[in-house]
Every structure is written in structure tokens, then in C-alpha cells.
Design a protein around this ligand. Sequence first.
Ligand code: ADP
Ligand code: MG
Length: 696
Amino acid sequence: MKNIPELFANMVFSDALMRERLPKDVYKALKKTMSQGTHLELDVANVVANAMKAWAVEKGATHFTHWFQPMTGITAEKHDSFISPTGDGHVIMEFSGKELVRGEPDASSFPSGGLRATFEARGYTVWDTTSYAFIKDGTLCIPTAFCSYSGEALDKKTPLLRSMEALDNQARRILRLFGNERVSRVTATVGPEQEYFLIDKDMFLKRPDLVYTGRTLFGARPPKGQELDDHYFGSLKPRVSAFMKDLEEELWRLGVYAKTKHNEVAPAQHELAPIFTTTNIATDHNQLTMELMKSVANRHGMACLLHEKPFAGVNGSGKHNNWSMSTDKGGNLLEPGETPFENAQFLLFLVAVIKAVDDYQDLLRVSAASAGNDHRLGANEAPPAIVSMFLGDELTEILEALEAGTDYQNNEKNQMEIGVTVLPHFPKDTTDRNRTSPFAFTGNKFEFRMLGSAFSIAGPNIVLNTAVAESLRRFADELEGAKDFTSALAGLVRQTFSAHKRIVFNGNNYAAEWVAEAGRRGLSNLKTTVDALPEFISKKSIDLFTKHNVFSEAEIHSRYEILFEGYCKALHIEALTMVDLVRGEIIPACIGYQSEVAGLLKKKTACGEYSVSLEEHLLGQISKLSSCLLKKLNILEDTLLETKEEREILAQAQYYRDSIYSAMSELRLIVDELETLVARKHWPLPRYAELLYSVI
Ligand code: ADP
Ligand code: MG
């Protein structure tokens, strides 16, 4: 048995280590920078860098890197060793304050969505003191933000930190109105549940589509899928269990609170959930989790698939973003309180979220949009593309009673009126029954369930934090000017719920009737990424983000370009991979099998005495499908030739969705049918059943 408390975070330059290893005044100065964002003096940075290096070298580290999160959605690092020549042919290990706080990676190879053309080409990384440095694979990693020389954000971290600040500012205004002067910081907290698939590495390497695109582009349905429900929460297979133990240990060493692990619904699908923490640390940790899942799986002879839909017809993978707000005094602002006054405060924060989700449903949808997630949303396994909220019956009844001005009768004595009665607590089992809702209240937090498994959680949390900050800003403006706080508060809760209750839906989000009902309620239904992304550059979106200093208008436009480019590139690579596989593997396999059957047919016919109906029938079917295959292949190739760089990005993306993707789907249909006809020994790709049951 390993001593977990001892190994936990032993690769992290944690707060405890800082206190232990830094002179008191330096530690204090650093803490001030961490909590208040004040400037870090170079002499302080020098001392911190030196202590960090000493610790890292003791742990066997030889290099350092600024670890950042460019718009690629994954992390980036460039390693420099600590060596510094002494002039006599030797080296010492050095790390300066300057190297700690600022780096200058070449920005030109990261997506910038036109920002580079408008502004300076160079980019630089700045230490994010709110996330701890750690050692990974012999390298001291410094979490950093990545900006252009003129200050535009080129990464996911910078706007996330800005959105957290926006939320903090507005939430504290509200708390002050409730007489709470002690809270000096409100932070958004997140616990992201991560789904993934594990398959055998040899099988993975035999599927170029998985290697290049993360998903299978072909594959007929297996005889056994997930219909028996025998995988969900089933016992772990030994290889999977060994992988999970190894992964957990590595995560714990890095200070990640890996907590829960289990098998998911689909065969070969699993989940890992950490204990929640502040949004920026949760974002860093989730990136580390995804990275380590891949490398640990590789060590165990497996491949970890993080794509949203690796297998057609089998549940895909998502990420549940559990979100709340907490104060530096330990309070959770979405937890019903002990006193009527606390409950009034709870209800105000609750309706702030309701308003935010209703007002900015399109932006939340944008934050969950990607080529990969388009396969999942609305596919009877994940929430639909329509954003709505689940509050549970009890909370909905409370708000409805408030709106109507009637008493809420939970039981005889529990009458509900703001500022008068104590709210009932909402135990998880009464609120968490609805698994189909995109945005569900689960007792003391909301669970945003539209995210795809491969996503950085930064984007959705930027939207969520900023949208809620905007609700709170409006509330604070109104309440700060009110003569009678209590009645203004009651009125505000009532009016807000009344104006935004259309977003509340406690029923089955997978049902067809909901789509119609949502349409009647005026909720938007942005079915694909291509429908959703234009909302990002709408006036409403620009107003929101610029007002709270989360994005400048130029940054929004650059991100819009990058997101669309990413979408088009993903489809382009998929289409090319299909063409390559069909030409290089599928057609030769069909020819090989046909010639085998034709050879037998010829032999049998020469003898004259055999029945040849099977061979004739098979040959007829395969050659008919093969001609069809060629036709569909040519259509896909022709459509690919028509993609035009000079087209405006939205038109280009529409072309990919409407022409290329449909040509791909038609080609796939033929290939999948051929797979069921061609003999296994001729078929070049491992089948779904082999992939899904490859780990035993
Ligand atoms: P499940 O949703 O699977 O039933 P839980 O509700 O126990 O599981 O937790 C799901 C996730 O929500 C965990 O990562 C947990 O740490 C996180 N969580 C719990 N409380 C909060 C909170 N106040 N803020 C953010 N995340 C939270
Ligand atoms: Mg959950």
C-alpha cells in the first residue's frame, strides 16, 4: 500500500513548500501577488525561482518550461535545461526570476486567427501565479498565460482568468448588499467529470482513421453493443484497473484530486472525476488528466480515445462541468443556507444563473461546439443542442410560488416567502434524477453537460462566468439604488424568474416533443457547430465580453476564425483519410476477395457439376457495391477539390458540413456494407467488435 497523503502533490511546488522554502517576506509578497494580482518585483521572483529550481533539481528535474494553453485546445511546452556555463568548461544549474515570470516562445506557429496580421507577431508567456508549478517527466512546468506582444490573449487561460475576475467583482457587490464585508474573493469552482475509451494499442495502430482523426470513419455495427447495459458500473477488467491505479498515482503526485473511477455505458468506456477546485486549477488539471490518460494508457499497451464519438452507433464521450461559486471564507453561494436571509441570498444567485443561461443560451451552445461534438449533441445519449435548465420539482415549485405571490407549502409549517422562512435543503437524490438535461441543478451546484470529452474546459467556463457576472452586475446596479432592500430583492427574484422561466425544463430532453415545445418557448436550437459559431460574433456577445473585459472585439473575431478553421481542418483531414483508406485498403481488399471467389467460380464451372449460386450471388453483390463505392469515392474527391481557401470562413464551413460531410457519410454507408460481405481475412481494418472488446 502506498502512502497517499505522502505522495500527494509531491511533484508540486505547493503553498506548503513555498512557506517552507521561501524567506517570510518573499512568501508574503508572492501570496499578495497570487491573491490580489499585484506586480511581482524581480528580486522577489529571483528568490522564488531559485527555491523552485533547488527543489526541482532535488526531484531529478533537469529542464524547465513555460506550460501554456494555446488555441489548439491542448497544452504546449518548450523545454530549456537549467544548465549555465561557468566559463571553465563546466556548468551549474540556474533559473532566474526573469525566466520564471516571462518567456518568449515563437508565437507564429500557433493559431492566432488573424491577430498576428493586425498586431505584433511575437508572443510571450507570463507566469500564472494562481496555479502551482509542477514537475512532469523531469521538467519543471510553470503554468503560464500566453499573449501577443500588444497584450491580446492568444490562449485559453488569459480570458478564463479575466472571466473569474469579472465574476468575483460582481459577486462581491451582491454579497456586500447582504452585509457581507468579510469575503474578499469569490471564485468559480469546477469539478469536470471526464469520459474516455480504452482499446488495445495494436488494434489502435491498425486503424489509421483512429490514429489520424481520433474516430473511426468506417465500421459496421458489432453483434453486441451496449444494449445489455452490462458495462455501466461493471467490475473493472484487470488491465483497466492496473491502468487506473497507475493514472491515479501520477495524478495524485501532481496534486490532482482524482476521486472517482468507473466503467461507463458503452463497452470500453470509462470515467474519471476529480474533487472540484478553482476554475483555473481545474482547467490545468483537466488538461494534465487528458495528457496522462494517453501516456499511461500507452505504457499499459492501450490507446486512450478522447474523441467525442470514436464509434458510430455507440455512446460517445462527454465531459460534465460541475460549476458553482465559493467565497474565500469557504461558503458555497449555490448552497441553500441555514437562515431566511441566507436563503434570500441563495435565491438571488440562483436566479442570476437562470437569467444568465437564458440570456446567453447561444453562447453556452457555442462553447460546446466542435466537429467532434456535433456527432453527440442531440443523439439520444447526450443533451440536445437546445440549452435548457433542470431545477427539480421542489425548487421549481418554490420559484413558481414566489412568482405567483402564493405560499409554498412543502409541508404544513414550511411557508415560503423571501426573508421569512427557511428553505428546505435539496438532497441530491431529489434533484439529480434527470440525466438528460444540458444544465442541471444538483443540490448545491450546476452541472453543464454539453461539453465534449476532448474539450478544454476553459471555453465553457469563460462563458458561464461572464454570463453570470453580467446577471449579477445588473442585479447589483438595481439593488444598490433601492430604498427598501428586502422588498426590492423579493421583486427582483420574482421578476427575474418570471422573465426567464422558459429556460427551465424538468422533463425528458431526449424526447421529440421537447424540440417542438422548446421552439414554442422561443429557445434556440443551433443544431451544428456551423449554426452556432456565428452567435459568437453577434453584437450581444461582443457587448457582453467587452463590457467585462474578458475579450476585446479583435480577440472574439480571432477566436471565431480559429474555431471555424479548426472545424474545417478536422473535416478535411477526415475526408482525406477516408479517400486514402478506400484507395489504399478497402478497394484492394474488395478486389482480393472478388478474385478469390471468381477463381473458385471458374474452377467449379470448369468441372461443370457444382452449384455456383453462392459464388455468383456474392460476386454480384460485391461488384455492384464496388462500383457504387467508386462512384461515391469520386464524388468525395470532386467535392474536396471544390474547397476554396478564398471563400469566407462561414461559407467554407457550410460547404464542409453540407457537401463534404454528406459525401463522407454516403461513402461510409457503402464501405460498412462491404465490411459485412468481404471475408474477414481480406478486410484490412479491425472491426468494431475487435476494437470494443480488445481489452480483456
Ligand atoms: P455525480 O454527478 O456523478 O453524481 P457528484 O455530484 O458527487 O457526482 O460530483 C460530481 C462532481 O461535482 C465532482 O467533481 C465534485 O467534486 C463536483 N462538485 C461538488 N461540489 C461542487 C462545487 N461546489 N463546485 C463545483 N463542483 C462541485
Ligand atoms: Mg455527474
